[in-house]
Design a protein around this ligand. Structure first.
Ligand code: GLN
Length: 251
């Protein structure tokens, strides 16, 4: 079995070691004998709907976001076709913001987004920084936690058709007020959680792999054989504990 991942703007959006999410997906695929190929998609490169089983975009400062936003917004149609065609996606922080309609930065400049998520983001005066813990349900009746680290000025406002990724247990989340974090549309997930996210949330890495395999095979997401995730579980607990102790402080 093979999974092809399209990594959007890897040279620009890679703050807080978000690239580590790619390493986790590659390792968890390899441990199961699944081939995983990562193809970078940079400025001006073509995004061919159907070519990738999963699309990934990391986080970045306002400056880096401004450098790629027009190029990314110009791919809105191709991105929508790829995702409505069943590809999975993970968009983190700055990349998550640009999956929405726009991000208005600290200088009041409005960066265009791809508009796949029904949301918009406006930078506030104080950054929302700290450990964060969420409660998520990606499958009916299955509630799990996600732990990570957030650092953003952006306040993300979900529109009427947007589904949050999860409920904030500790930390700020999308805007520090709504009690929700992230966004989900089908197999596409957006979140503020850095860390990187996937090493301490192995269930989510496997969920994304299974969705990507479903796109690759044209079938249903497979049940992946469990891996010995003791270390990952311990990292999750440390992160969750920190979120309870010191999640969410304005800076
Ligand atoms: N520049 C955006 C903000 O400050 C995103 C930051 C990030 O990707 N960590 O909200």
């Amino acid at each position: 079995m093979k999974v092809v991942v399209g990594h959007l703007y890897p040279d620009y959006l890679n703050i807080y070691a978000d690239r580590g999410n790619m390493a986790v997906l590659a390792a968890r695929a390899a441990w199961r004998g699944i081939e995983l190929e990562v193809r970078g998609i940079g400025l001006g490169d073509r995004l061919v709907p159907g070519e990738h089983d999963l699309l990934y975009i990391g986080g970045g400062q306002d400056r880096e976001q401004a450098l790629i936003a027009p190029d990314f917004a110009g791919r809105a149609t191709a991105l929508e076709e790829a995702l409505l065609g069943g590809a999975a996606a993970l968009a983190v922080c700055g990349g998550y913001q640009l999956f929405g309609r726009y991000y208005r930065d600290r200088g009041g400049v409005e960066l265009p987004g791809a508009g796949f998520f029904d949301l918009h983001t406006v930078a506030g005066e104080r950054r929302m920084i700290g450990d964060v813990l969420l409660s998520c349900s990606l499958e009916p009746g299955v509630e799990r936690t996600l732990a990570g680290f957030e650092n953003h000025a952006g306040r993300t406002i979900l529109g009427p058709s947007a589904e949050p990724l999860g409920r904030v247990v500790a930390g700020f989340g999308n805007d520090g007020e709504s009690g929700y974090e992230g966004c989900r549309r089908g197999r596409a997930l957006g979140t503020y959680l850095h860390g990187p996210l996937l090493p301490r949330n192995p269930w989510l890495a496997d969920w994304l792999l299974a969705q990507a395999l479903a796109h690759s095979t044209g079938g249903e997401p497979p049940e992946l054989e469990p891996l010995p995730d003791d270390l990952e579980a311990a990292a999750h607990e440390v992160s969750a504990e920190r979120a309870h102790e010191r999640g969410g402080r304005f800076d």
